[in-house]
Design a protein around this ligand. Structure first.
Ligand SMILES: [Fe+2]
Ligand SMILES: [Fe+2]
Length: 468
């Protein structure tokens, strides 16, 4: 473990001078990108952040005040599981790949670049949120998520530099050149080009989009390409925190909204709250954009990734008996001649859909928890997840119109109900009008409840970000 090097790492960078030099050349470009595109207005402030300092389960993180540009972004892989074989696909039981097998080079690079691109994209999307934070606690959490996405970028860039030669170095540079929402050089995946201008969007993003990240990383953490497996395993520990921020963030808003619904007999706007119906529409929007991230329902790419042992299923090792998955079919409804019909899809070609199933049931758990919060405040309202076919831009259902229960509807019907089921301009304007910056230690914006506890055992009054 080299913690005090220019680039903290546990990959023995010292012993690979060429790689070390290449990464040290990339580092200033990264810092320049961070300064330009990272959180605006807080680069000189001390933030109470955790930094990864070890890969051991207990004590991998260290909390202290850091100015974000000085954050110790490092390269950490979970320790090697010795001689672990490939766990699935056509190469099952051969030794894990320590280097990139030539025939999989392009697919692997594509997987790594696509994952890598999401990391800086989300930092760009979230860069203005500090200016309307509901509390110092939340401000600090935003920055924690941002620096860790920066570290995730480092993790992917390490793989590109170490295993893909000149192509990899070029890809690493391009990761810093694309920009979220830019018309000429957009980020690769559409959810990462959507603006995030208010904190309800931020919490929906960390709840739903980062949760896609959890499932993608988990599928890659089964990979037969050992460096990718070990990198993504460590990233999952950080990702769990991002999900916590999103899940508890929405839960705190839901509680406050329910309280204000009750106080106002169903019209919380007058009391400065966010109506539960608007929260529902935000959920509809972000959940469905996240569903797109899993890719096509029927996918030969997904089949190839599985066959070649690069990307497994969720909990492949623990959950499944048959790791070859060369038999059997999955029924997937597709649109044919304007109606839905079932198609029998070979399991390997349905891998994206199987991962999406896991994601949906994970998301349903959160909805159940939030509904308990609403009920505990004595309000009669239930949040739901929209159907997986609703509001899709990728895959079998893109280009068709569905209602939130998944029934096919005409474009006219869909347009007529759009303002009821997706956030409208008025919704965005209302939510934005509530986003007034609160930065006194211990204070909380009115539209959200305080969290149950502070960070790292600190109180809610703690000065999580020093503003002066
Ligand atoms: Fe990430
Ligand atoms: Fe994340």
């Amino acid at each position: 473990m080299s913690l005090h090097d220019k680039i903290p790492n546990n990959v023995d960078l010292n012993h690979d001078r060429r790689l070390q030099k290449a990464l040290e050349k990339w580092q200033p470009k990264f810092v320049e990108w961070w300064t330009d595109m990272g959180p605006e207005g807080f680069q000189a402030n001390d933030v109470y952040l955790r930094t990864a300092v070890s890969v051991e389960k207990d004590g991998w993180a260290d909390f202290r005040y850091v100015k974000m540009p000085d954050y110790r972004w490092g390269i950490f892989l979970t320790p090697e599981e010795k001689h672990r074989p490939v766990g699935f696909g056509d190469m099952i039981n051969v030794p894990s790949f320590e280097n990139v097998p030539g025939e999989f080079r392009n697919s692997l690079r594509r997987l790594i670049v696509t994952q890598g691109d999401t990391e800086p994209a989300s930092v760009e999307q979230q860069r203005l949120l500090g200016q309307c934070c509901p509390s110092l606690y939340d401000l600090r959490n935003l920055f924690q998520v941002n620096v860790e996405e920066g570290r995730h970028l480092w993790a992917m860039v390490y793989l590109l530099h170490r295993y893909f030669g000149r192509d990899g170095r070029e890809e690493a540079d391009e990761l810093l050149e694309r920009r979220s929402g830019n018309a000429d050089k957009p980020r690769i995946l559409e959810a990462f080009n959507q603006p995030i201008e208010d904190w309800l969007s931020f919490f929906c993003f960390t709840m739903f989009v980062d949760r896609d990240g959890k499932f993608q990383l988990a599928a890659l953490a089964e990979s037969g390409f050992s460096p990718l497996r070990r990198t993504t395993r460590f990233m999952l520990t950080e990702e769990a925190y991002h999900l916590f921020v999103g899940d508890t963030g929405i839960s705190r808003i839901v509680r406050r909204s329910a309280q204000l619904h009750k106080e106002s007999n169903g019209d919380p706007i007058g009391l400065g709250g966010i109506p539960l119906q608007i929260i529902q529409r935000y959920i509809n929007y972000w959940f469905t954009y996240s569903l797109d991230l899993f890719g096509g329902e029927i996918s030969s790419n997904a089949a190839d990734f599985f066959a070649s042992g690069l990307k497994g299923r969720y909990n492949e090792e623990k959950k499944f008996q048959d790791h070859v998955a060369n038999e059997g079919f999955v029924d997937i409804p597709v649109v044919e001649g304007g109606t839905l019909t079932n198609r029998q899809v070979p399991t390997r070609n349905a891998m994206n859909e199987l991962l999406r199933d896991e994601y949906i049931s994970d998301s349903e758990n959160a909805i159940r928890r939030w509904n308990k919060v609403i009920a505990s405040e004595g309000v009669d309202f239930e949040l739901t997840l929209p159907h997986r076919r609703f509001h899709r831009h990728k895959g079998e259902y893109a280009g068709h119109y569905f209602d939130t229960d998944g029934a096919i509807v005409t474009e006219g019907v869909y347009r007529a109900m759009a303002s009821e089921i997706l956030p409208s301009e008025e919704d965005y304007a209302l939510v934005k009008s509530l986003m007034v910056q609160v930065t006194k230690p211990g204070q909380m914006a009115n539209w959200i409840c305080p969290p149950k506890q502070g960070i790292d055992g600190q109180s809610l009054e703690f000065e999580y970000v020093r503003l002066n």
